[in-house]
Design a protein around this ligand. Structure first.
Ligand SMILES: C[S@@+](CC[C@H](N)C(=O)[O-])C[C@H]1O[C@@H](n2cnc3c(N)ncnc32)[C@H](O)[C@@H]1O
Length: 314
């Protein structure tokens, strides 16, 4: 398990080297769903740039690749702009050192730039641009497996749960990740400003950059999520919780405030200097982040984890 953890964390740090807190979160996600098997036909619902699913599938990139090369609008970083919503084929050029163990039949996202990035990975057979707030563009009983970690970004999770039930084959499984109500409580911006409206903490808005206020539309206790599954006709085959209070607090700030400057510095390096410094950074940070990479965190026993992982059937 420790070797597996170290290996996955290293792969994520290689891609997210300027944001190790993101590598921490994604490693724990990959560990919590390590037993999930993508039986075809399979769907990655809200695939983003595909990097998470690629590494989760056993893929690995060369040191020359990272997700910070094809970004834009860095000068608007603190104005809630999605800097990753950008595709430049000269810059998105992933060198793959290990192919994923399987392919995923279909990937869906509403951002064309992210789908283009996903297309460079050789992980997906078909990419579908679509707004998941609308009915999903698939026939009834289309998929044996569905994975999604973005349903809480949508207007109505219940509507999309019904869609998942419709497109899932009998005997099929959906693996989904959803925030617990505690997730908000562990965010400094929510706890100190959104809840209190105390002007002293308004500056935290610049750190949040719209994540909590705009993207996290739904964060509930298990009971509420499970009522919603039931209404949609879905059954819970497995429920686990992950992402401890400590992990969320580390992730909540991380290197985020420094990111535009770190990105500028990295951009001024030659390719060989960039790789050399990146390798050094990964080795340095690995020892600091790995102890936090636990599905549950011993000192957080009194606090419920921030996320749910569900396996659903119909
Ligand atoms: C938290 S990211 C997860 C991406 C990817 N699954 C991963 O693990 O890296 C959320 C993704 O949902 C997508 N998304 C948000 N709202 C959407 C919508 N209404 N329809 C389709 N995709 C959407 C975003 O573009 C983004 O790629």
């Amino acid at each position: 398990m420790d070797n597996l953890k170290n290996d996955i964390l290293r792969r994520f740090l290689n891609v997210f080297w300027l944001r190790p807190e993101t590598a921490l979160w994604r490693t724990i996600d990959a560990l919590v769903m390590r037993d999930f098997v993508f039986d075809g036909p399979s769907l990655d619902l809200g695939c983003g740039d595909g990097i998470f699913s690629f590494i989760r599938a056993g893929g690995e990139f060369d040191y020359s690749f990272d997700m910070f090369k094809s970004v834009s609008n860095l000068d608007k970083f603190f104005d809630k702009v999605d800097i990753y919503d950008h595709f430049d084929e000269r810059l998105v050029n992933p060198v793959v050192t290990m192919r994923p163990d399987y392919v995923i039949d279909v990937a869906l996202d509403h951002k064309e730039t992210l789908l283009k990035k996903s297309a460079t990975l050789g992980l997906y057979k078909k990419l579908v641009p679509h707004d998941a707030n609308k009915p999903l563009p698939f026939e009834d009983d289309s998929f044996n497996t569905i994975f999604s970690n973005m349903l809480y970004w949508l207007d109505s999770p219940e509507a999309v749960f019904k869609e998942i039930k419709r497109i899932l084959r009998p005997g099929g499984k959906a693996a989904i990740m959803l925030p617990n109500s505690t997730f908000l409580e562990y965010s400094f911006y929510y706890k100190l400003y959104l809840k209190t409206k105390d002007p002293e903490w308004k500056w935290l808005e610049r750190i949040d950059r719209g994540r909590i206020a705009e993207n996290i539309k739904h964060a509930y206790d298990a009971k509420i999520w499970e009522e919603s599954f039931k209404k949609a006709g879905l059954k819970v085959a497995l429920h686990k919780q992950h992402l401890s209070k400590t992990v969320i607090e580390v992730w909540d700030i991380g290197l985020r405030p420094l990111f535009p400057v770190l990105h500028k510095m990295a951009g001024k390096l030659t390719e060989s200097d960039r790789i050399e410094i990146k390798k050094e950074g990964i080795d340095l940070v690995l020892g600091l982040v790995e102890p936090l990479c636990s599905e549950t965190w011993v000192t957080d026993k009194a606090y419920a984890p921030a996320f749910h992982y569900y396996l659903l059937t119909k």
